[in-house]
Design a protein around this ligand. Sequence first.
Ligand SMILES: [Zn+2]
Length: 265
Amino acid sequence: MTTKDAGLKGYYQDRERQRAALPGDVFPDEADYKRGMVIMAHADDAEFGCSGTVAKWCAEGWEVVYVLCTDGSKGTSDRSLTSEQLAKIRRQEQISAGKVLGLKDVVFLGYPDGYLEPTLALRRDIAREIRRFKPDVVICSYPMRNLNVFWGVGHPDHIASGEAAISAIFPAARDHLTFPELLKEGFEPYKVAEAWVVGASDPDLYVDVTDYMDTSIKALMEHGSQLGGWKPEDLSERMRQWRRESAHGRGMLYAEAFKRIRFRM
Ligand SMILES: [Zn+2]
């Protein structure tokens, strides 16, 4: 059963289920959240997966940063492009999309596209950005191969980035003895409040993005190198259709769905 969460306007969640999973928790005042971070493998992942929510956050005055794990250097079928040229194009596309959304910053970790693994080095590099920007909420990819969703045969970089992101939140960003080099660099331990995971087959948080669909799609269209097979109007309708399906039966027109994990208790 889905109930309206009075604490966070425009966000619906299965609160009863959360309470059952975490008996006795006292939840922080979600209305105080104002810093978001989106950790994804590639330029364009966030625009496809959660840009309505990002646009909403920015419009509500949140400071939002992206952390992109790879350089995007493999995502093309155009044989005239080198990896270096492609990486440069995709970096610029992401910066342009970020301007449409109103991001504070985009961080490129620069790992080679297509070869991402949830290594300790990646976990440390993400933990550094978490300690630097101190987000209340982190959006990341589902950390396992999920055959119950239509993109279950999707990109291994997405799985790797999701696993590294969640492991960076807990415990690497939190514990001062983990990656002590971060402390030496001046990055104090930090506790993220929540992770909202994209791509779960059993989401329990629905964000009403009805007012932000146009901005979301405009940002996605900045990724020109990744839209080769789509007519703009078809892609726009597809984005709306996905979000209509998530919103169905929840009193919203368009929604983005997440699996919510609470860390700060
Ligand atoms: Zn991707």
